[in-house]
Design a protein around this ligand. Structure first.
Ligand SMILES: [Zn+2]
Ligand SMILES: [Zn+2]
Length: 481
């Protein structure tokens, strides 16, 4: 296939995705009304982002339920969620083998040709003597996408067929934990970057694996979007709901979960009375504080959240020095060796006139890690020093940090592909260099820092807290996410 055909094809695909995205995002959002907070028995829910106590409501079709206090999205109804998730997960599993094992690309330089599958690129770091980086690439680029599709397939199959198996909540919990670590979409952008990087020095042929992988990534993204998590958890809970209370008597003055004595499960968002958890902990030890629905440990706040987040941030800041100063690639061309740092790679794209791709690499490799470390440090400092202003903006910043975290892996995927595809012996070859290990460490540390942080700690010092809590029965004054 000619390169211009591929480009036109990609252009049409991007147009479809953008139109689809705009259609989704222009649908009206609907803010949930905060609880009436009367002393009545009612079904309540808590916001995982700020701990606000709210009367539970279901979204009307086409609307999103959002927290009136921090703006976090709580629920968006997905029509025909189980059937769509099942169909997409099954399609993804069918595409997975050809996408990963069929030839992906062929590079040709002066009559010499090298081709490779995506799986060969995923394990290339092992043969380069970098097992730790290789393990991360293999897990995030191959193992986790496969696991995410398989887990979703089995859970949606079970729900579709009405099974009541005990493994289903565990599978759903693991699906949720692994979803952000499955980075097939980042890998796809890595393939495009590799193609643009090599388009001047090698002739490139697109093989069947390339097109299968594009469809696979689209299917994975669509499958993850179609999962209506609250609906899945309600169906998975089934009859188990009878042994734990769903409705509570809540004091009139309470406006957060902590004040009302209700604890939220971080994973499935089930609520339980804190007194029940404390009683179970006293009677049976820590094992009995597990969520009865999904099996996750339940705590009013993530334990040791601030200390662990600081530890990961400091690790990331220290590792970012060798990651940026040491060479990340060794390039051999006509017998001459040269090394290249992350910044050299970015400069290469700008000098070649590929400003778009240069900007993507600059953002993913330099700006995103820098923003994650400085943004999270700022949020942590504002908790330590009680800077309780602009909490809504800080919450939004935290959600953005979580969203962009995984895209820093882009550079590592590009290097894995280059090491596999640029193997022309004396003519030209690329090997991985020490900075790849440190850079992978930066990406992992910042992702773990974001996972360790509990955003509700930010809101615990809110001075306007009572005002928001009082009679917020109509939340029209609060923005939408
Ligand atoms: Zn909230
Ligand atoms: Zn749970």
């Amino acid at each position: 296939m000619h390169a211009s055909d591929v480009f036109l094809w990609m252009l049409r695909l991007s147009e479809t995705i953008i139109v689809w995205w705009i259609t989704l995002s222009t649908r009206q959002s609907q803010n949930v009304s905060a609880g009436t907070l009367a002393e009545c028995t009612e079904e309540f829910t808590l916001c995982p982002g700020c701990d606000l106590l709210m009367t539970k409501i279901e979204p009307t079709p086409g609307h999103t339920v959002a927290c009136p206090r921090c703006g976090r999205r709580l629920h968006r109804e997905q029509p025909d969620s189980i059937r769509r998730s099942l169909a997409l997960a099954a399609t993804g599993m069918l595409l997975f083998l050809p996408a990963n094992f069929a030839p992906l690309l062929s590079f040709q330089i002066l009559g010499n040709q090298v081709n490779s599958s995506l799986f060969a690129a995923s394990i290339s770091m092992f043969s380069q003597g970098r097992p730790l980086v290789g393990m991360v690439v293999l897990l995030t680029g191959f193992v986790f996408p496969l696991l995410v599709l398989s887990l979703l397939f089995w859970v949606s199959s079970g729900l579709f067929l009405g099974w009541k198996a005990r493994w289903m909540p565990d599978f759903m919990r693991w699906y949720q934990h692994l979803a952000e670590w499955a980075m097939a979409d980042v890998y796809l952008i890595g393939i495009f970057v590799t193609i643009i990087k090599m388009s001047h020095s090698a002739s490139i042929t697109y093989d069947i694996g390339f097109f299968c992988f594009i469809f696979l990534v689209l299917v994975i993204v669509a499958a993850q979007t179609s999962v209506d998590k609250p609906l899945f958890w309600i169906l998975l809970e089934g009859d188990k709901a009878t042994d734990t209370p769903k409705k509570y008597r809540v004091p009139r003055a309470a406006h957060t979960g902590r004040e009302a004595g209700i604890v939220l499960c971080h994973t499935c968002h089930k609520t339980l009375p804190a007194s029940l958890l404390a009683r179970q902990r006293n009677l049976h030890g820590d094992q009995k504080t597990l969520c009865p629905r999904c099996g996750e440990h339940m705590h009013p706040r993530k334990q040791g959240s601030l200390n662990r987040t600081w530890a990961f941030l400091i690790t990331a800041a220290l590792l970012s020095l060798p990651a940026n100063l040491l060479p990340i690639m060794e390039v051999r061309s006509f017998g001459q060796d040269s090394t290249s740092t992350i910044l050299d790679g970015i400069r290469f794209f700008f000098e070649e006139g590929s400003y778009g791709i240069g900007f993507i690499i600059l953002t993913a490799s330099i700006l995103v890690p820098l923003f994650k470390v400085s943004g999270l440090s700022f949020i942590l400092c504002s908790i330590h020093f009680n800077w309780a202003t602009s909490l809504r903006q800080k919450s939004l910043m935290f959600r953005f940090i979580v969203f962009i975290g995984r895209w820093s892996m882009l550079d590592i995927f590009v290097i894995a592909l280059l090491c596999t595809l640029v193997r022309f012996g004396y003519l030209s070859s690329i090997d991985v260099a020490p900075a790849a290990l440190y850079f992978t460490g930066v990406v992992l540390s910042t992702m773990f820092a974001a996972i360790s942080f509990d955003p509700r700690l930010l809101w615990d010092t809110d001075p306007d807290h009572p005002k928001i809590s009082t009679r917020c029965t109509k939340a029209d004054n609060y923005g939408t996410p």
